[in-house]
Design a protein around this ligand. Structure first.
Ligand SMILES: C[S@@+](CC[C@H](N)C(=O)[O-])C[C@H]1O[C@@H](n2cnc3c(N)ncnc32)[C@H](O)[C@@H]1O
Length: 266
């Protein structure tokens, strides 16, 4: 067997099944929107800085930002370029974008309330297509086809390098075997199989620690990733939390680095 015998789109699909990836309803993201807007939009961060540097947007260019969230990148980009189309399936996120749009008078910013899996025929092509931290899709091929259909010049994607956002200790505490999310390597290989030799860089982040204040915050964050815990699992998690607090040890969370996958169109 060689690498040419592997269908990376199918392997990715199998991984999603193995990690019990459940389609998060947009309402789950709605609940996170206000906090994300507060923490991410207009706040200096190495991640935003590096990504914006890589995109190197020009004043006469247009951008299509997929899974735009509260406007982390869409807002600074709209301040620098001709037009931004910002898509998200969470109305809560788009409400945040609309608020920034109004406050900053960004008339060149248009939002689309849409999911990755829906029809995008009415969305215009853009010079730059971006999907930042929003590439955990159901179907890699559908994603790649959509990116190619919408991009005129450059495509930028960021994807996970670690299989878990949660502290590895959480899995021991709740006694769950968890394969975690498929990382960027599936996407990179599938792009190659579809004839796209993409560039790969990594963005190191400052994140790494759980930001919540209470056990309930930790539980909410774990259930966001893994779905509802059983009572036994909750009690294991509580024990883990109490011990970490008692020892003054941080709980890790997030991605220490993100894969930046990008390519230019001919
Ligand atoms: C981690 S946030 C990233 C936000 C922003 N791009 C950033 O880098 O800060 C992921 C975003 O993708 C959106 N999202 C998740 N799944 C989606 C889907 N299937 N279709 C459209 N948007 C989706 C979520 O609502 C959320 O706003």
């Amino acid at each position: 067997m060689t690498i040419y015998d592997i269908d990376f789109a199918e392997l990715y699909r199998q991984h999603l099944i193995a990690c019990n990836h459940f389609n998060l309803p947009p309402t789950k993201w709605d609940k996170k929107a206000a906090k994300m807007a507060e923490n991410l939009v207009g706040k200096p961060s190495v991640y935003n800085e590096r990504l914006l540097q890589a995109i190197n947007i020009q004043a006469n260019e247009t951008v299509f930002d997929i899974g735009c969230g509260p406007g982390t990148l869409a807002i600074p980009l709209a301040q620098q370029c001709q037009a931004v189309y910002a898509l998200d399936y969470s109305q809560g996120m788009l409400d945040c974008v609309a608020r920034f749009k109004q406050e900053l008078n960004l008339l060149n910013l248009t939002t689309f309330h849409r999911a990755w899996s829906e029809n995008w025929d009415d969305i215009p092509q853009a010079d730059v297509v971006l999907a930042s931290r929003s590439t955990l899709v159901d179907d890699l091929d559908d994603m790649i086809d959509k990116l190619c259909a919408k991009a005129k010049k450059r495509v930028f994607l960021t994807s996970v390098t670690q299989r878990h956002f949660l502290d590895e200790g959480v899995f021991t505490a709740i006694e769950r075997e968890d394969i975690g999310f498929p990382t960027y390597i599936y996407l990179l290989n599938r792009l190659y199989q579809k004839g796209l030799q993409a560039n790969l860089n990594f963005i190191e982040t400052q994140s790494g620690h759980f930001q919540g204040e209470t056990f309930e915050d930790l539980l909410a964050s774990v259930e966001f990733s893994l779905g509802a815990l059983t009572e036994k699992e909750k009690s294991g998690l509580k024990h883990f939390y109490v011990q970490k607090q008692a020892n003054g040890e941080p709980i890790s969370h997030g991605q220490k680095k993100w894969a930046l996958i990008w390519w230019e169109l001919d």
